[in-house]
Design a protein around this ligand. Structure first.
Ligand code: ZN
Ligand code: ZN
Ligand code: ZN
Length: 197
């Protein structure tokens, strides 16, 4: 009875030893559910992800579980706001490795108020509109207002009809004067007058 008990113990011991060593010696591991055990945490760096390391208690396989992505510890060192014509800039420097990162933002562009007429156009001359930027009163631009003649077909039409009438009137008057002169020249009194001279 005692012997049997010892042999059972021995068998159990051999079996236990076999279980513990066989896997490691020949690399064979029977199918099993990994039994993960947390081993250590590695903090992220500028270039490497941070992770928790787990190891399977049965086969020793490692499992790295990412906790944080690689990242610089950036600190803002200077900042310029964008304006109408110039882009903005934020400069960051990594407190660990010193790497500089510059983030730029595009210029905003002008935001013009409605134009104000500073010079009215006439029939022949251009006028001018003045625009002031909402962001900065110093930003001013001008735009031409076309002359009435150029901008309005009706004005052009009336101008040319007036011009036409004027030219016609001028021609008519001229012709009349010329005709009168010729007529006078032909009249006997004028001929006598001429002869007297
Ligand atoms: Zn395992
Ligand atoms: Zn860094
Ligand atoms: Zn502006």
């Amino acid at each position: 009875m005692k012997r049997t008990f010892i042999s059972i113990l021995a068998a159990a011991a051999i079996l236990a030893a076999a279980c513990g060593t066989v896997y490691a010696e020949d690399g064979y591991t029977p199918p099993h559910e990994h039994e993960w055990e947390f081993v250590s945490h590695t903090d992220y760096t500028c270039t490497e992800d941070g992770y928790d390391l787990y190891v399977c208690k049965t086969c020793g396989e490692e499992d790295r579980r990412i906790t944080d992505e690689a990242s610089h510890r950036n600190e803002l060192v200077s900042e310029t706001d964008p304006d109408c014509e110039n882009g903005g800039e934020q400069v960051f420097v990594c407190s660990v490795c010193g790497e500089k990162t510059v983030i730029t933002t595009p210029a905003l562009g002008h935001d013009w108020r409605d134009g104000e007429t500073v010079k009215k156009p006439t029939l022949f001359t251009k006028g001018a509109l003045r625009f002031v930027c909402k962001r900065n009163d110093a930003h001013v631009r001008y735009e031409d207002i076309p002359s009435e003649l150029a901008s309005s077909p009706a004005a052009a039409a009336s101008f040319f009809s007036v011009l036409g009438a004027a030219v016609l009137a001028l021609l008519t008057t001229g012709a009349k004067i010329l005709f009168d002169k010729i007529k006078k020249r032909r009249s006997p009194e004028i001929d006598a007058e001429d002869g007297a001279k």
